[in-house]
Ligand binder design. Structure first.
Ligand code: NAD
Length: 367
């Protein structure tokens, strides 16, 4: 009976892992299951040429396990290039836990997840991502040293989100300079989609600079809170992408620039924190370029968080973290200029630099 199912044509057509569209020569993929705590997680290790694979853990209520696998494959690959372009000696990895972080996350589940991370002996180092808090990383720390983003009281660099937001702000200013001739954001209509950990601090920077900030989120409580605290206006139309805006800042989940939205987006700049903003990084990259929309590559401008957690491993302090993150402004401008001069997409220009660094190290390692 089982062999009949395995032999069935439909299942043969499905490429379980190595044939997934998002599979990009990942080194290792680990499926973690624990009946007692209900843990179902996938750890993706994309590339470890530059160092151990570091990347956060996301807890999300995926529609299907395929979606979770697809997400971890895409996210871990993105981490490889993020660390490479930022000049860090880290590889790319990421983990996803399948479930609702609000109702299914327990200390036992987090510790059990930490034990799986520990089993990889440091090849993968975890950190915080969507659905995680610093306190969750502290729980993971109780069972493994291979975790960053733990509380400052435990010797960690704390929550990486504010520094991520600072990097996004720097990248956004650089993209504005390229597109509008000035990096001053005063009066610019900026739509921040997703006002969680990163989005909130970004809104703080933007409102302090007197930008005209519009916010969107699926969480109404957050909207009310951010509106009250920072005076940002809540978007109340029915299609956020088509809203009248100069800059679109995706700070929720990925793939929001896709076949549908690309025809709706009115912004002239896209610069935000979300990972994998382009559903198809090649095609949508070109389409944005053709439309004259400047896209600040996500893995470049949202690197503040990884710079922050890298400090924990390397032992450098806040000044160095800020200096490295501020430099995202210069790198973004260089990449936008480079893409323009060479007629390639901004995403490709950033990817080229990251891939060259990995190739160079690979060649050095093999000597
Ligand atoms: P978070 O979970 O704190 O916030 C995400 C917010 O997005 C929440 O308020 C949620 O309600 C909202 N949201 C979810 N779906 C939405 C939708 N369809 N429309 C509008 N809002 C929606 O996450 P975060 O830590 O702020 O991270 C935001 C993004 O930035 C994620 O994609 C994450 O991977 C990326 N990122 C975060 C960091 C970091 O340091 N936290 C670093 C790099 C990249």
């Amino acid at each position: 009976m089982i062999s009949e199912v395995i032999e069935s044509k439909d299942l043969k057509k499905v490429a379980p892992v190595f044939g997934q569209l998002s599979f990009d020569n990942h080194e290792q993929i680990v499926f973690c299951n624990d009946k007692d705590t209900g843990l179902k997680a996938i750890i993706g290790i994309h590339n470890t040429v530059l160092g151990p694979a570091l990347g956060g853990t996301r807890m999300w209520n995926y529609n299907t396990e395929w979606d979770a696998l697809n997400d971890v494959l895409r996210l871990s690959r993105g981490m490889t290039f993020k660390s490479a372009i930022t000049g860090l000696n880290l590889g790319g990895g990421k983990a996803v836990i399948i479930g609702d972080a609000k109702t299914q996350k327990t200390p036992e589940l987090m510790k059990r997840f930490g034990e799986f991370v520990h089993g990889l002996s440091g090849k993968y180092i975890t950190a915080e991502d969507v659905g995680m808090e610093t306190s969750d990383m502290d729980l993971v720390r109780s069972v493994t040293p291979h975790v960053t983003g733990i509380s400052e009281s435990l010797g960690g660099a704390g929550n990486p989100s504010p520094i991520t937001a600072y990097g996004v702000y720097m990248g956004m200013k650089a993209a504005a300079k390229f597109q509008f001739g000035t990096d001053k954001l005063e009066g610019k209509k900026i739509l921040v989609q997703g006002i969680g950990h990163v989005g909130e601090t970004l809104v703080d920077y933007l409102t302090k600079e007197d930008a005209n900030v519009i916010i969107s989120d699926i969480n109404d409580e957050r909207l009310q809170y951010i509106n009250k605290t920072y005076g940002a206006q809540i978007y109340n139309g029915d299609n956020v992408y088509a809203a009248d805006m100069d800059i679109y800042a995706p700070c929720a989940l990925g793939a929001t620039v896709n076949d549908t939205t690309i025809h709706e987006i009115k912004a002239k700049v896209i610069a935000g924190a979300a990972n994998n903003q382009l559903a198809d990084e090649v095609r949508h990259g070109y389409e944005l370029q053709e439309k004259g929309i400047v896209y600040a590559p996500d893995f470049l401008i949202n690197a503040g968080g990884i710079i922050n957690v890298y400090a924990e491993l390397e032992g450098y302090g806040k000044d160095e973290i800020n200096r490295k993150t501020e430099n995202i402004y210069n790198t973004t401008l260089e990449i936008l200029d480079n893409a323009n001069a060479n007629g390639i997409t901004t995403h490709q220009a950033a990817l080229n630099i990251a891939q060259n660094r990995i190739e160079t190290r690979k060649n050095e390692n093999s000597k």
